[in-house]
Design a protein around this ligand. Sequence first.
Ligand SMILES: NC(=O)c1ccc[n+]([C@@H]2O[C@H](COP(=O)([O-])OP(=O)(O)OC[C@H]3O[C@@H](n4cnc5c(N)ncnc54)[C@H](OP(=O)(O)O)[C@@H]3O)[C@@H](O)[C@H]2O)c1
Length: 248
Amino acid sequence: MVKSADKLIGKKIIVVGGTSGIGFGAAQAFIDAGALVTVISSNQDNVNDAVKRLSSLHASGKVGNVRDEESFVEVLKSIAPVDHIVFSGVDQIIRGKLEELDLDSAKHLFGVKFWGALLIGKAVAKYDLINSGGSLTLTSGGAAYRPGKGASAGGALNGGVISLTKGLAGDLAERKIRVNVVVPGLVKSELWAKMGKTEEQQKEQFENAKLPVGFVATPDDIAEAYLYLVKADYATGTAVEIDGGSRL
Ligand SMILES: NC(=O)c1ccc[n+]([C@@H]2O[C@H](COP(=O)([O-])OP(=O)(O)OC[C@H]3O[C@@H](n4cnc5c(N)ncnc54)[C@H](OP(=O)(O)O)[C@@H]3O)[C@@H](O)[C@H]2O)c1
C-alpha cells in the first residue's frame, strides 16, 4: 500500500487549462507532490510563461485547443499514456441579464468548458490515454447549484459538467478510470480580468463576498480538492464543492 504522501511521486499528469488560474494552482500542487506535469492550453505564449513560472524539471507544456477535436486528441496521444488528466479550461463565463443574452455567443462559450470536457472524456474512452487505475477530473462551478440572477446559462453549463462527470464515471469504469469534478466557488484568478473587470472592480467583488471562511480563495486553496480527487482511489462520480461556505 502506497502512503498517501507518496501517491503522486513519478505520476504523469496532464492539466488542460493549466497555464492560468485554478489549473495552474493544481499543476503547481501536483509538482510539489512529486508528479511530472504537462500543462496544455491554446496559446503558445501562455504555455511558455506557465512552464517558466512552474520552474521545475518536472514541468512541461504543449499547445492544444479543445475547440479542434482532431488536433487536440493528437496532442493528448503525443503525451499518453498518463496517470491522470485534469481539465480546467474555460473561455469566458456566461453572465448577464437573461433578456440581453446573445445565444450564439453563449453557445460558443460552451465550446471550451462543456464540449471540451466531453471531447476529453470521449478521447479517454476511445484511446489508451490514461493508465488503468488513473483518473479524469473536470471542473464545474458553484453556479451549478445556486445560479442566482444572470447565470441561467452559466449555471446550466456548470450543472451540465456535473451530470457529464457522473455519466463518464459510468462509461469509464470498465477501463478502471475514475471521473470526478471539482466545484469551486469564487476564486481570485486571471479569469476576472479576462471578463473585463478592472483591479478595482475585482477588489470590490472579493470584499463583498463575505464568506464564512473570511477570505476569497486563491488557486492554491482550490488545488487541495484536485489533490484529493486524483489520489482518492475510492472516489468516482464525486463532486467536491470547495466554496468557502458560500451556500451556508
Ligand atoms: N475563478 C473563479 O472564480 C471560478 C469559480 C467557479 C468555477 N470556476 C471554473 O474553474 C475553471 C478554471 O477557471 P480559472 O478561473 O482558472 O480560469 P482562467 O484563469 O481563465 O484559466 C482558463 C484556462 O483555460 C485555457 N483555455 C481557454 N481556452 C482554451 C481552449 N480553447 N483550449 C484549451 N485551453 C483553453 C486558458 O489558456 P489559453 O487562453 O492559453 O488557452 C487557461 O489556461 C473554469 O471552468 C471556471 O469556470 C472558476
